[in-house]
Design a binder for this molecule. Structure first.
Ligand code: F6R
Length: 610
């Protein structure tokens, strides 16, 4: 949620920190701040608002420091204001920290520290940690030991950077449950919660494991566990390039990412489809092939957009492989004591790989003895590391807070899993070949849909002032209706609901009048006629109908106010096409409303709190 960065090296630090914050701003944007050491003192600047507000306060020409830490915040404890912004100091103002995560026992620590005479200025759990570390330093007089001893007493999660005038040529970093990596450069090191913040300087990184603590100086780094045992770090290479995290001529990351989908879908199936055999090879599932074949049930857990792709996966796997699938919100899964049988396999889907609810569900399922596989985008992320194995979706960095390309890449990977399981069960080689061949055509068909932008803009212009929207779909397109509604809500703040089209008559139909735009997905499949009847029901109540239909379907014009025509594909793969016009519709409505599309209010890209 928050983004943290630290630098130690030979360059002036302020520009590097600000640059890192800008690259991580999609993770949280209600306040930002930095601390540097200059003339043996800690200098901290912090400000409510976007990173640009902080930038206005930093005079780079006046800063010669070469060590510092910085933070961009998404509030959990305390309102977003200047005081609650990070970094936070200990009472002697000689220790400064930035923190991503939550200190769950902050309240009892604060009470104890107050009774010992310490003072607090903010409402944050992070300040409690800073003061706690400071109180221990007074006794042990060694920064790393103070941090280690403090963290042993802490419940909760942290990605933490500590800077101190006591030992001014060091940064101490520690991780538990929040992402943190060390970028290893030439005579310089960067520590950040996100590879995007370091890639401009180095591609060589070490992903910290939970409960590791690292002391970094200009001359090197030393990683141990919080229990003081030596760790065995591995240097890895970041998979993407700088251009992948820049807008590349688009006005917003979201639009860029929508337009990347022909390539990202291709990257999701590249090297995995065996066209001639009508089959799929997924190396990441190799170790559990037998468990999958014998699975009584597959459970998919995820949140938000990833949950919607899980619902598409349910339809796909049940239809091709005949294995029962249950899809659960990760946040519910953990707390309802789920029953997991010996032959159940759990898949967790997450773009960021850091969503706290999903990570907790993974841990819960593992605790119950399940085999847990990840379907994840961010390489080296917590969920990727916590699961027994899995599949990367290879969508590249997704910076727009509203998820788009990750959704279609997740669905592509789920279609591969469904096809592979189908071939292990009842699906013939011929049927497998048909699906594999059609999947290859999907990127080209998406390119055709992306050419409809002008038409979609006209519809967006007409309905930008609507206060509510309904989205209807059936079968494979029911989860797409949910996703279309979520996209609109997130970035335009218009209330929108998705329903299975036939459910409308059981309640939501009461909402329909001449002011209600209803987006209906009515592609040609076995329930097309039923959806057509549902559209007539909307029309009879004067609702405004925007239909997503297949090219050549002239009949649908008679019952629609607007039709967006898309190419045909097999029903299994329709969500990959039908979601694209819905993404564009949301984008252009939000643009008309002057919304901050890449950083919608109250949202953060990876939700690392439960
Ligand atoms: C929607 C969106 C969120 C995420 C959800 C899960 O556009 O971005 O609903 O899908 O927070 O995030 P991941 O997939 O990172 O676990």
């Amino acid at each position: 949620m928050c983004g943290i960065i630290g630098y130690i090296g030979e360059k002036r630090v302020s520009g590097i920190l600000m640059n890192g914050l800008k690259r991580m701003e999609y993770r949280g944007y209600d306040s930002a701040g930095l601390s540097i050491i200059e003339n043996d003192r800690i200098k901290t600047i912090k400000k409510k608002g976007k990173v640009s507000e902080l930038e206005n306060l930093v005079d780079h020409s006046a800063v010669s420091a070469t060590i510092g830490i910085a933070h961009t915040r998404w509030a959990t404890h305390g309102f977003p204001n200047d005081i609650n912004a990070h970094p936070h100091h200990d009472n002697s103002n000689s220790i400064s920290i930035v923190h991503n995560g939550i200190i769950e026992n902050y309240s009892s620590l604060k009470t104890k520290l107050k009774s010992d005479g310490y003072t607090f200025y903010s409402d944050t759990d992070t300040e409690v940690l800073a003061v706690f570390i400071g109180s221990i330093y007074e006794k042990v007089k060694d920064l790393e030991s103070a941090v280690r001893l403090a963290l042993r007493e802490v419940d909760g999660t942290f990605g933490l950077l500590v800077l101190s005038t006591h030992e001014p040529e060091k940064i101490i970093a520690a991780r538990r449950g929040s992402p943190l990596l060390l970028g290893v450069g030439n005579n310089e090191y960067l520590i950040a919660s996100d590879a995007a913040a370091v890639i401009q300087y180095t591609k060589q990184v070490i992903y910290f494991n939970d409960n590791e603590i690292c002391t970094i100086s200009k001359d090197g780094y030393h990683i141990k566990t919080i229990d003081n045992e030596e760790a065995a770090p591995i240097i890895e290479e970041i998979e993407f390039d700088l251009e992948h995290i820049e807008k590349g001529g688009f006005d917003h990351f979201m639009l860029k990412e929508i337009f990347e989908q022909p390539e990202t879908i291709f990257d999701a199936f590249r090297g995995r489809l065996l066209i001639d055999e009508g089959d799929v090879k997924l190396g990441g599932l190799r170790t559990i092939m037998e468990s999958l074949r014998d699975a009584n049930r597959i459970i998919i857990t995820a949140c938000g957009t990833s949950y919607h792709s899980g619902l598409v996966g349910e339809y796909m796997i049940e239809s091709l492989a005949g294995i029962p699938v249950e899809v659960e919100y990760a946040s519910e899964f953990r707390y309802r004591n789920p029953i997991i049988g010996k032959n159940d396999v759990v898949f967790s889907i997450s773009q960021s790989g850091e969503t706290a609810d999903t990570l907790a569900a993974v841990k819960e399922a593992k605790k119950k003895g399940a085999t847990v596989m990840g379907i994840v985008n961010v390489v080296g992320s917590s969920i990727a590391r916590e699961t027994h194995g899995g599949i990367y979706i290879h969508a590249g960095p997704e910076i727009g807070v509203a998820s788009t390309k990750a959704f279609t890449s997740q669905i592509t990977v789920l279609s591969l899993i469904a096809l592979m399981l189908g071939r292990m069960k009842k699906l013939s080689k011929y049927e497998g070949q048909l699906i594999a061949k059609e999947l290859i055509n999907i990127p080209e068909k998406i390119k055709q849909i992306l050419e409809l932008t002008d038409e979609i803009k006209i519809i967006a212009n007409k309905y930008s002032n609507a206060r509510n929207f309904l989205y209807l779909g059936r079968g494979y397109n029911f989860p797409v209706a949910l996703e279309g509604a979520l996209k609109l809500k997130e970035i335009s703040y218009i209330h929108a609901e998705g329903y299975p089209a036939a459910e409308m008559k059981h309640g939501p139909i009461a909402l329909i009048d001449e002011n209600m735009p209803v987006v209906v997905i009515a592609t040609k499949d076995e329930i097309y006629e039923k959806v057509f009847s549902n559209i007539e029901e909307v029309r009879a109540r004067k609702g405004k109908v925007i239909t997503i239909a297949n090219i050549g379907d002239e009949k649908i014009r008679d019952v629609s106010d607007h039709v967006i025509y898309i190419p045909e594909t097999i029903p299994l793969l329709t969500p990959l096409l039908t979601v694209v016009p819905l993404q564009l519709l949301s984008y252009y409505i939000a643009l008309n409303l002057n919304c901050d599309i890449d950083k919608p209010r109250n949202l953060a890209k990876s939700v690392t709190v439960e």
